[in-house]
Design a protein around this ligand. Structure first.
Ligand SMILES: Nc1ncnc2c1ncn2[C@@H]1O[C@H](COP(=O)(O)OP(=O)(O)OP(=O)(O)O)[C@@H](O)[C@H]1O
Length: 226
């Protein structure tokens, strides 16, 4: 078990013209390899805000985010870009696949932008991950030729291609029907069993939260363990 991520005293305040909104208050979280957690909370409670800070897409008002021992300086765009590419895999509610590329090419892309990427090795790895998510028979399909659940599974394979330390998923089954959601739940469960990545899932779905090892809820700005 290795420490991957530390959040220390994270606060997030949004200041608008009329008010000061304290959305996150003194949030602490420690994540190790193999951890599998869900974060629930009412609409507007700050789930996406927290996930954006974890994903280095937004900065906290105060507090520290430490990835693999690196204390993130939010002013350093290059550092954040590198950490995002190497340490973090994102899965959103919408898949954000590029429509003109095949499933295989979409999965390969985050690995190809790296220096010294060997295209053949990347292709092989992308095929392996697409096999893992059950899409070995859909490699050349474009997103428009895939079902909703298949597109989301491609997005999950893409999130994994660089073997990130953490997978961050924001309502990954929010757009899917019950049966299709179930296949995605099963997939996260399998990834957690077979890989060492830590997985953080923000979800309203009690079913999805139910398969995670630890459940948290954001309540009045605090992260509470359920
Ligand atoms: N840039 C911003 N400026 C001001 N307020 C903001 C900003 N972004 C978000 N908020 C407010 O912060 C609160 C938390 O938003 P957030 O998107 O994190 O909630 P959430 O828990 O993800 O909600 P949902 O489940 O509805 O997606 C909301 O009340 C929102 O209105």
């Amino acid at each position: 078990m290795t420490r991957i991520l530390d959040l220390k005293n994270i606060n997030k305040i949004y200041e608008t013209k009329v008010e000061k909104l304290e959305i996150l208050k003194n949030i602490n979280l420690e994540l190790n390899t193999g951890d599998f957690i869900s974060i629930q909370g009412k609409s507007g409670s700050g789930k996406t805000t927290l996930l954006n800070i974890l994903g280095l897409l937004d900065s906290p008002t105060s507090g520290e985010v430490i990835y693999d021992g690196i204390n993130v300086d939010f002013k350093k765009e290059n550092l954040k870009n590198t950490l995002r590419n190497e340490k973090i895999g994102f899965v959103f509610q919408f898949h954000y696949l590029l429509p003109e590329f095949s499933a295989l090419e979409n999965v390969m892309l985050p690995a190809l932008v790296r220096k010294k990427a060997d295209k053949e090795i990347v292709r092989k790895k992308a095929e392996d991950y697409l096999n893992m998510v059950g899409l070995g028979g859909r490699l050349t399909h474009k997103p428009s030729e895939l079902s909703g659940g298949e597109k989301q599974r491609v997005a999950i394979a893409r999130a994994m291609i660089n073997d990130p330390a953490v997978i961050l998923a924001d309502e990954p089954t929010g757009n899917l029907d019950v049966d299709t959601s179930q296949t995605i739940h099963d997939l996260f469960f399998k990834i957690n069993k077979e890989k060492s990545q830590a997985i953080i899932i923000v979800t309203h779905s009690l079913e999805l939260a139910g398969i995670t090892k630890e459940k948290f809820e954001i309540k009045k700005g605090k992260l509470e363990k359920l």
